[in-house]
Write a protein that binds this ligand. Structure first.
Ligand code: COA
Length: 430
């Protein structure tokens, strides 16, 4: 059937569209800033019509109204990355967390977690009926391909990103026209501590490197230090506005990349309208599923890949905790292990774990003798390479347990070094 006829036949209101969802369904929601808020609101407004609908979602950038108290009989959250609105829901038992490497999440959706319904927020179709998944390709494309039913908001404000990121109108079971802003993430404020971490990380970067940066103030602080670099490339799970500045200044040009030369590669994007306009119809930005972008074997094909990610706690052996505080699941592993391992496979690659030396306003040290009981290790001591704080750089790769402890004490906050030295003496003598 001609895609235009399919479009007309399947065009409905949001209320009619979410009536395709049935009790007991597993519903996978388009990721992060691509969240289809009109469809979510319509689904939650119809809560009484459903029981036991499982919502599978990664970083929630909207309000996540499906996990509000009182909706437990209707919706249950299966999270692979907790954020502000879902942390509390998980802690209070209105959902649960599934540990999975980000690059393997699409495979999970194709096998152990079969998808009944995918809820998407896509660009308007092109002349052949193809809609772009815009700022969220990640697991969302795999969910759409695996789902029994696909419900999509067609949104003229969703940028038409390019790459392996399209779905045809003929694959949509319900179409809702929604002209709504794509969720934005404002650039973070960078503190003096984060600026110092940014300088230390930048000292490990060389002209021609290919970068992966996570979300937040530390990646932004690093990008601000790179103004005088040349020929940098991007192969990153995500990127935000900071990369646009460096492209405009000619610092990021992807000229030295050994995979997708000339293109910045990402699987999702989080930023302001400026970023979304930059990626719209831009052939120098290649978007693809996370099972490709974050596959360590793909990452490793980029020479000189430098990954920079953050953490919650590191023990004196170099075990890195990034997604939990004891048994409290505060986020998820995301692509941290994917990129640490991919960087290790990259010729000339380097992986950096960068964090402030303290947490909670300086009251506790992030470098500790033992990780908290119940915490999950995200980067194993065998995988960890560089650890950076505002006090310096510890290169742990190849060091013994004693040498690691010494190196980490050297970049801990001075207020906590005496305690760490006492623990060192207990373990190793003085
Ligand atoms: N002990 C106790 N609590 C701690 C802590 C510690 N050592 N370190 C952080 N926390 C708490 C903070 O107080 C805060 O709690 P609150 O929100 O209740 O105040 C929470 O944990 C988050 O800490 P914060 O420092 O604000 O986090 P952040 O926004 O800088 O993010 C990570 C840091 C590690 C949580 C984040 O980078 C992450 O989730 N990483 C794992 C995923 C990843 O690396 N992905 C890679 C590509 S995107």
């Amino acid at each position: 059937m001609d895609w235009r006829a399919h479009y007309r036949e399947h065009l409905v209101t949001a209320e009619r569209a979410v009536a395709h969802i049935e009790s007991g369904d597993r519903v996978v929601v388009h990721h992060a800033c691509a969240e289809p808020t009109a469809l979510i609101d319509a689904m939650v407004a119809r809560a009484e019509a459903y029981s036991d609908v499982e919502i599978v979602h990664m970083v929630p950038m909207g309000r996540a109204p499906y996990c509000a108290p009182g909706l437990e009989p209707h919706f249950w959250l299966n999270s692979v990355f907790n954020g502000g609105p879902t942390r509390k829901a998980i802690a209070e038992g209105r959902g649960d967390y599934t540990p999975v490497f980000f690059h393997q999440f699409p495979q999970l959706l194709r096998t152990a977690l079969p998808v009944d319904v995918a809820l998407l927020n896509v660009s308007v179709p092109d002349g052949r009926g193809y809609c772009s998944l815009g700022v969220g390709v990640d697991y969302s494309l795999a969910a759409a391909q695996a789902a029994k039913k696909v419900i999509a908001q067609i949104n003229p404000q969703m940028p038409r990103t390019l790459g392996d990121c399209f779905i045809n109108v003929t694959d949509l079971d319900a179409i809702v026209e929604v002209d709504a802003p794509v969720i934005e993430l404002a650039p973070p404020n960078v503190s003096a501590v984060e600026a110092a971490i940014g300088r230390n990380c930048a000292s490990l970067i060389r002209d021609g490197d290919c970068l992966q940066l996570g979300i937040g103030a530390i990646p932004d602080a690093v990008l601000r230090e790179l103004g005088s670099f040349k020929d940098l490339g991007i192969h990153s799970e995500m990127f935000s506005d900071g990369v646009v500045d460096l492209v405009e200044r000619g610092v990021v040009n992807n000229a030295k990349k050994t995979l997708h030369r000339g293109k910045s590669v990402a699987t999702f994007l989080m930023g302001t309208r400026r970023l979304y306009d930059f990626v719209d119809d831009n052939p120098t930005v290649h978007m693809a599923g996370v099972d490709y972008v974050n596959d360590p074997r793909v990452i490793g094909q980029n020479d000189n890949l430098v990954s920079i990610n953050s953490c919650v706690q590191i023990d004196l052996q170099g075990q890195v905790v990034s997604s939990s505080v004891g048994l409290r699941q505060i986020s998820g592993i995301g692509g941290q292990a994917d990129f640490v391992r991919g960087a290790a496979m990259s010729r000339g690659g380097r992986s950096i774990i960068a964090c402030p030396s303290t947490a909670q306003g300086g009251r506790i040290s992030k470098i500790v003798p033992f990780i908290d009981q119940g915490s999950a290790v995200s980067t194993m001591r065998e995988d960890v390479e560089y650890v950076v704080t505002e006090h310096g750089i510890a290169h742990l790769w190849g060091l013994t347990l004693r040498q690691r402890a010494e190196a980490l004490i050297g970049i801990a906050h001075p207020d906590f070094r005496d305690d760490l030295v006492a623990e060192y003496a207990r373990r190793f003598g003085s």
